[in-house]
Design a protein around this ligand. Structure first.
Ligand SMILES: [Fe+2]
Length: 506
């Protein structure tokens, strides 16, 4: 079946599932697709991973037994593990199965069955054992706003033979669609659990996104749009008094739709997503959360929360050392967990870490966007200062959020011309979401000489090959994100050598 035909079928089936009158739903229950949102896997460990699906259909019983199988082969002739989980209405009939006792560094196939139907099969793998030599093929991606583009980038990513996808935030957008949007969001701004669930169901109906989930395990962190634009901790952009309830609904729906373990299930408005994963002898991957615990942005627009772009001379609070982007506990957790034995430390996080000043910093200290790391510069300097002090090897910061491809050198103090390069940064562009005009970025480049590459006019993802000696980065760019059949190309290549922080062209 072509992608286009499949899209039509899935779209039609979903409409039938979510919108049909009750008598029709019951009359044709056997025909209602139960796995219309696909399957996914995530959090690969040396001995297991999380397998995810969510049953669909308005006629589902309160509790449904869902069987899962994990096999060594695509034909499922050699079963490695199997079991069953109860999908409950209270958790949107989501399934989070956690096979254990598997072999390290192996590929597996998995599938689910329930109510007489069987899901598509997905491919997943375990991580190498901690002492095992390893390589890693991975991609970073972020910001897949539904109503401004199609997911051709995901179709290509699914074919890249990756070990891992790291999704760095903005899986859904809460923003209502403007009239004439390419493919409109189905509802208004989600605030309730049912509205967030419906939003995930719309996004997860996309066949290219489903293919990318089937191709390999994902590691995920969220950014702001999974809850609300530019939120900070328990404060929304519009200072909504009910923001804690919105966050609780959003986090719950996020867990219901993502391959996180049961131990991550949110409690009220809290869900821990930060954590670590060791990839054999090669790398330690740190996943951090810059939304849930941060101090609120300083110098907002009058009567608002959220971000602003301000001159440092008008906003000295930007230099308050007491403010954190990660919260004190997570900041200490990160500082204590850098790996000094493996050649690489990959830091998967949300946004651009390198300083980006919109004006000459020599003129009053520069001008900054307050929502990113520039809004928390002392916290950035602490993080990179620790990397310098402890000589942490191979720190590569991976990010998203700003809908642009950036490659940068990271320094503990951008105001000190003698400050060394201690880490490398690759901040990947959006799958679809739109960015600023390129000429605005170009005009500010000369104030930011540590930035090697900055393109706001490209949509896609970054693909990496990592071994003990070298990181190779390919900046992948679709021809037209509005075209579901778009081609893709590599717009630029960079490398980082182990033991030599900083990106080089090549
Ligand atoms: Fe975004």
């Amino acid at each position: 079946m072509t992608d286009r035909a499949r899209r039509r079928l899935v779209g039609g089936a979903l409409a039938a599932t979510l919108g049909a009158p009750a008598f029709l739903r019951h009359a044709r229950a056997a025909d209602v697709p139960r796995f219309a949102l696909g399957v996914a896997s995530g959090q690969p460990q040396a001995a297991g991973m999380v397998l995810w699906t969510r049953l669909t259909g308005a006629d589902l019983p309160e509790r449904v037994e869902v069987r899962w199988e994990l096999a060594h082969d695509e034909a499922f002739t050699k079963i490695a593990a199997s079991g069953s989980e109860t999908a409950e209405a209270a958790w949107a009939h989501s399934v989070h199965a956690e096979p254990a006792g598997l072999e390290p560094a192996r590929w597996y196939w998995y599938r689910f069955s329930a109510l007489g139907q069987r899901s598509d099969a997905g491919r997943t793998r375990t991580a190498p054992a901690p002492g095992q030599p390893a390589t890693l093929e991975f991609a970073i991606a972020s910001c897949q706003r539904w109503d401004v583009g199609h997911y051709a980038a995901w179709r290509h990513a699914a074919a890249e033979n990756l070990d891992l996808v790291m999704f760095l935030g903005d899986y859904i957008y809460e923003t209502p669609s403007a009239p004439g949007a390419l493919r409109p969001h189905a509802g208004p701004r989600p605030k309730t659990l049912d509205e967030f669930r419906a939003c995930y169901a719309q996004y997860k109906g996309d066949p290219a996104l489903q293919a990318a989930h089937r191709a390999c395990p994902w590691l995920l962190v969220w950014d702001d749009h999974e809850v609300g634009n530019d939120y900070a901790n328990l404060q929304g952009e519009y200072l909504e008094p009910d923001f804690p309830q919105i966050r609780a609904a959003a986090y719950r729906a996020y867990w219901e739709h993502m391959p996180f373990p049961k131990s991550s299930r949110p409690v009220g408005p809290d869900m821990r997503i930060f954590g670590r994963l060791d990839w054999g002898q090669l790398a330690r991957i740190h996943l951090i959360d810059d939304r849930q615990y941060r101090d609120v942005q300083v110098c907002p627009k009058p009567g608002r929360g959220g971000s602003n772009t301000v001159k440092l001379r008008d906003c000295p609070a930007l230099l308050d050392p007491k403010r954190t982007l990660l919260g004190a506990e997570q900041e200490q957790w990160l500082a204590a967990g850098w790996d000094t034995r493996r050649p690489w430390n990959l830091l998967a996080q949300q946004t651009l870490m390198a300083r980006f000043s919109w004006q000459d910093p020599a003129d009053g200290g520069g001008m900054y966007w307050t929502d990113g790391w520039d809004g928390y510069a002392p916290a950035r300097n602490r993080l990179l200062g620790t990397v310098a002090e402890r000589k942490v090897p191979g720190v590569v910061v991976l990010g998203g959020d700003v809908h642009s491809h950036y490659v940068a050198d990271l320094k503990p103090d951008y105001d000190d011309p003698g400050s060394p390069v201690v880490a490398s940064e690759f901040c990947g562009t959006s799958i679809t979401s739109l960015s600023l005009p390129q000429d605005r970025i170009d005009a500010a480049r000369r104030f930011n000489p540590h930035i090697h590459y900055a393109r706001a006019d490209q949509r896609g993802y970054m693909r990496f090959s990592l071994d003990a000696k070298l990181l190779q980065a390919h900046l992948r760019v679709v021809d037209d994100a509005r075209d579901p059949e778009s081609g893709i190309r590599t717009a630029a290549r960079f490398t980082v050598e182990a033991g030599r922080p900083g990106a080089q062209v090549g």
